[in-house]
Design a protein around this ligand. Structure first.
Ligand SMILES: Cc1cc2nc3c(=O)[nH]c(=O)nc-3n(C[C@H](O)[C@H](O)[C@H](O)COP(=O)(O)O)c2cc1C
Length: 320
């Protein structure tokens, strides 16, 4: 698949997720073959101010390629400057966030609030297009609310402003993550636009990805929550799409991947911050596994690397 001039090895992507899709997590998911991964949303204003935490969101590595950097903001000039900065820092693709429903973001007019402000959306996309020749995508929602579904209009604006693809998570902003995503809208957007359309929403099993391709005709799919504690889903989707087998990882594989992920997290954040940060992944990795509830209770109290490794070893030994 191609987005602009960027040739991707496949069309199964990892969705941007704030607080989740950092360099260690992307690295682990990429091991299972995903064609493109994104940073979490990065504040354009923070990036040009050079705020340490914001800039770290763009940290990458040779294994972490190609990398989509997702920007959020409201001021076209600031976004244009941020686009240049992201390009200098090594982004392979820029994505504009027009879907975040979080209050703190929408009250500034950014994120999904842009779905209600086509004029500003246009100005932003023109500014981004003018600032960088990197492939440009726009991630949108169905609309602000049920009575204001306008993904087709905003998608058309994106195309007219020179975006190379549109990513659609077909829930309204006021829906948050509730209800089901409306894949019919992905199909409608695909029929409406000439540029590639990527679908996001409710891919939890490899069969869901195949169904999204079939039902919507989309050019690519994006996995978000389905990859939490389950990086294997990407490999399984790719295998299923090419007619191969789908299999759950063995206990040994599972433990090995968790350990590798933990090592990447510690290496990146240091032991104190890293072990704390990894707790959420431990909870996701053990969800639905035998004895998982008990392990998760214990995992909440883990404070250092030694106790994390000991808890993991004990848990997997008991399971085995
Ligand atoms: C914890 C979390 C954080 C998210 N952060 C972002 C974000 O920073 N930018 C964005 O465009 N979407 C974000 N999303 C939305 C996802 O990219 C995706 O579109 C949505 O979760 C639907 O896909 P799914 O059902 O596969 O999770 C986030 C979702 C979750 C669950």
């Amino acid at each position: 698949m191609k987005i602009g001039r960027l040739l991707l090895k496949n069309n199964v992507f990892l969705a941007p997720m704030a607080g989740v899709t950092d360099l260690p997590f992307r690295t682990i998911v990429r091991e299972f073959g995903c064609g493109l991964a994104f940073t979490e949303m990065v504040s354009a204003a923070g990036l040009i101010r050079g705020t340490g935490k914001t800039c770290r969101y763009l940290d990458s590595s040779p294994a972490d390629r190609p990398l989509g950097v997702q920007l959020f903001g409201v001021d076209p000039e600031t976004l244009a400057a941020a686009a240049k900065s992201a390009a200098e820092k090594g982004a392979d693709l820029l994505d504009m966030n027009m879907g975040c429903p979080v209050k703190k973001v929408v009250k500034t007019g950014a994120g999904a609030a842009l779905m209600r402000d086509p004029q500003r959306a246009t100005a932003i996309l023109r500014a981004l297009r003018g600032a960088s020749d990197l492939p440009l995508t726009v991630k949108i929602r169905a609309g602000w609310r049920q009575r204001e579904i306008n993904a087709l209009d905003i998608g058309r604006i994106a195309e007219e402003c020179g975006a190379d693809a549109v990513i659609l998570h077909p829930r309204t902003a006021d829906q948050g993550f509730g209800g089901r995503s409306d894949w019919g809208l992905i199909a409608a957007l695909k029929a409406h636009l000439g540029i590639p359309v990527i679908g996001s929403g409710d891919i939890r099993r490899p069969e869901d990805a195949a169904l999204m391709f079939k039902e919507t005709g989309c050019d690519g799919v994006m996995v978000g929550r389905g990859a939490l504690g389950n990086p294997w889903i990407v490999g399984n989707i790719l295998s299923h799409l090419s007619g191969g087998d789908v299999s759950s990882p063995s206990l040994a594989e599972r433990e090995e991947t968790i350990r590798r992920h933990l090592a990447l997290v510690i290496d990146y954040y240091g032991e104190k911050v890293g072990t704390r940060d990894f707790r959420k992944h431990l909870l996701w990795y053990t969800k639905g596994l035998r004895g998982g509830a008990q392990f998760r209770k214990a995992a909440g109290k883990i404070k250092d690397l030694t106790s994390t490794l000991a808890a993991l070893q004990e848990y997997f030994q008991a399971l085995g």
